[in-house]
Design a protein around this ligand. Structure first.
Ligand code: FBP
Length: 700
């Protein structure tokens, strides 16, 4: 009997090695749970007070002033540590409190540490303080679904990714009824304060709740969360108050590491273009950071497309004494051409593989698509407002949705005042591939946002890229360069004179390391014609096998693999930067609460600098708000921070685009950021975008 057979299953499962191997608690998990993030200097004192400052100013939207009168005049509050305070202040600070916390929107690495920081600070101020976590996002507030946060619970989730402890959701507390229910919940729990951890929309919600519950004495504090990195706050003078939301660093590092793995594979197998769609609903911050971290060959930055002008079109129109307005703004076709240009250049250097990064929200910056999104947002919102059933239940199939749009287009014919969807819109829309039409018509999220993650942006673009590359191939403009040495060796091996055949086959035989076949050579037939023309073969002769073999190697076959980097990085365990950042956000949130603030967002200033320079503060949310189109109507929201195309990070990126395209001899310039490590320095410290942009403040 073999040794294996002599062991019963129970004996195997009881073996200590087996037990350790299948234990849910890994070494990394133990390390993470044991780590205690450092607290900013101010939190080492027994008390923290708020110092109001007029140093930072915001221009206020009149509509925000009208709708949020109780919190609109809030100022920036700097958190200051105090060893001693007057008794009345100490009593207020340490008074027994009940605090609620809720996650809102997509998960972002570091969320658990916000809870940990809030909990630790609350218990330190008064061990009788109680913290309640609302389950599954804002619905938990509306429905009073809570879990009391205990030390055991906090310890189990310290420094871990996801929002697993209390879950999250995308519900919005946006109606009178939901606000009333939320107020009832807060009162039932005896809450002094509610902390909303969320993105721009959720912090907007926090401001409205702060306004609504001001008279009830319930404070509302926001915390800037989103991997998209688009909550960035500057005052009117450009002072940075919040350089980035939490979770961005981890997600970008996780994406960049995965993409660097693809780069290793691509440059080994040399046959695929890996097309990587990278999350970021609108802004391209993540794509930019990924580019800086991993140096893909082609990276599209949505914001960089906005001011695009098609000079060729303009020139053509000028010659015909007309103005071509369609030359302004990026089109899908033109974007695909930009990508093709890079691919063709690399092909010329013999590289038929590479990495292309496309931001999830790129379509927001493509004129024609943006117009469709806005029109369809309005159509869907209008429908939902005026009918009992919602648009998507009323028209469940694509066919029925198209039929409805067709009716609208017909209406525009009969009623000139109706301009929302006309026959030209219909024609253009019908030209789009079906899966793209379906994507554009998908359900909007609860905030009325278009859900870019549900749409195969990369497929739409790459479809156009494929088509255009085929055209270029037929025109003889897309071909693989052949290394000069390889050509000579192959010819000599076949007993042929490279000096006779080279000039007949290649357009650049007299120069360059990579030989490009003549534009006229686009098939075996045209190859033969060129050889005959040069007198190298007669009409009855066969094309020499070696020449034919070389020709075949010049014909690129464009093969792609598509990847979506989103949910995986969003669920990654946080980097040390995000662990420390979020823990301090939790401490800051408590400090704002203990000092009676409401309608503020907890933030840390100087994130771009070393930890010693970090400065916890409260940013007034209401002055950050402005009017934007939501669900087909103008609504007050916090403005998303887009990539600043003039920033240092963008300038550095642009200055390296050609280098990273690597359309030349030699290896690519891929960079290996490595996985998110829980120990170590370097890339782990903070986002490269932040480090680069900080150069301005350091040199000025
Ligand atoms: P938040 O703004 O809520 O943090 O979410 C950001 C995000 O991760 C985007 O990058 C992405 O477009 C979206 O969430 C995906 O949403 P969902 O989880 O609903 O698929």
């Amino acid at each position: 009997m073999s040794v294996i057979k002599s062991l019963s299953l129970q004996q195997i499962l009881d073996n200590p090695t087996v037990k350790e191997a299948v234990d849910d608690v890994s070494y990394e998990l133990r390390l993470r749970r044991a780590f205690r993030p450092p607290a900013c200097q101010v939190f080492s004192q027994a008390y923290t007070l708020l110092e109001e400052t007029d140093r930072f100013r915001f221009s206020i939207d009149p509509e925000a002033e009208r709708q949020l009168p109780s919190i609109i005049h809030n100022k920036v509050q700097i958190v200051a540590g105090k060893a001693q305070v007057p008794q009345a202040v100490a009593d207020r600070y340490t008074k027994r409190r009940h605090i609620g916390i809720v996650f809102s929107g997509g998960p972002a690495p570091g969320g658990h540490n916000v809870i940990a920081g809030l909990f630790d600070a609350a218990k330190r101020a008064n061990p009788e303080n109680r913290v309640f976590g609302f389950r599954v996002g804002p619905d938990g507030v509306i429905e009073n679904e809570t879990v009391e946060i205990t030390r055991e619970l906090v310890d189990a989730y310290r420094n871990l990714g996801g929002f697993t402890m209390i879950k999250t959701g995308r519900a919005k507390i946006d109606s009178k009824q939901k606000i009333d229910l939320s107020r009832q919940t807060c009162k039932a729990l005896g809450l002094d304060a509610l902390v909303i951890v969320g993105g721009d929309d959720s912090n907007t919600n926090a401001a409205f709740l702060a306004q609504e519950m001001a008279d009830d004495g319930i404070q509302v504090i926001g915390v800037p969360k989103t991997i998209d990195g688009d909550i960035q706050v500057c005052d009117d003078q450009g002072h940075v108050l919040c350089a980035v939301s939490f979770g961005f660093h981890t997600a970008a590092r996780a994406f960049a590491n995965a993409i660097s793995g693809l780069a290793n594979d691509a440059s080994s197998d040399i046959k695929y273009y890996h097309v990587c769609k990278v999350m970021g609903r609108v802004a391209s911050h993540l794509a930019l950071e990924v580019a800086l971290q991993s140096h893909p060959n082609i990276t599209i930055i949505g914001e960089d497309l906005v001011d695009f002008v098609d000079e060729e079109r303009l020139e053509k129109a000028a010659k015909e004494h007309r103005t071509d307005y369609t030359a302004y703004g990026m089109t899908l076709r033109h974007l695909s051409r930009i990508i093709c240009e890079g691919i063709v250049k690399r092909a010329g250097a013999g590289k038929n593989y590479g990495i292309i990064v496309i931001p999830e929200g790129v379509l927001e910056f493509v004129n024609e698509v943006e117009v469709f999104i806005m029109k369809l947002n309005t159509i869907i919102a209008e429908y939902n407002r005026t009918h009992d059933r919602d648009f998507h239940s009323a028209f469940p199939s694509l066919e029925s949705k198209l039929e409805y749009l067709h009716r609208l287009a017909q209406r525009s014919r009969d009623d000139s005042a109706f301009r929302l969807w006309n026959t030209r819109d219909e024609d253009l829309f019908n030209d789009l591939p079906e899966f793209f039409q379906e994507g554009l018509l998908t359900e909007r999220d609860s905030h009325g946002n278009f859900q870019f993650s549900q749409i195969h942006t990369e497929r739409v673009l790459m479809g156009l890229v494929h088509d255009y590359l085929n055209i270029l191939k037929e025109k003889g403009l897309y071909k693989l360069g052949i290394p000069r040495g390889y050509f000579r060796k192959t010819m000599q091996k076949a007993g042929l004179d490279p000096e006779r055949f080279g000039p007949a086959v290649f357009e650049n035989y007299d120069q360059g390391e990579f030989l490009l076949t003549k534009v006229s050579i686009i098939s075996a037939k045209t190859l033969r014609q060129e050889l005959e023309k040069a007198g190298l073969i007669g009409p009855e002769d066969k094309v020499p096998a070696a020449v034919e073999a070389i020709y075949k190697k010049t014909v690129p076959s464009f093969k792609t693999q598509e990847h979506f980097y989103g949910y995986d990085g969003r669920g990654n365990d946080p980097t040390r930067f995000d662990c420390i950042y979020t823990y301090n956000l939790g401490l800051t949130a408590f400090s704002l609460i203990a000092n009676g603030a409401t309608g503020l967002m907890a933030a840390i200033r100087n994130l771009e600098l070393g930890f010693a320079a970090w400065e916890p503060l409260g940013i007034p949310i209401a002055p950050l708000m402005h009017l934007e189109e939501r669900k087909g109507r103008l609504a007050l929201v916090i403005e998303k921070a887009l990539v600043d195309v003039d920033s240092i990070a963008m300038q550095v990126f642009k200055a390296h685009q050609e280098k990273w395209l690597a359309a030349c001899e030699g290896e690519d310039c891929y960079r290996r950021p490595g996985p998110v490590r829980f120990s170590g320095e370097g890339e782990e410290e903070r986002p490269l975008t932040l480090q680069l942009n900080a150069i301005v403040s350091q040199t000025s």
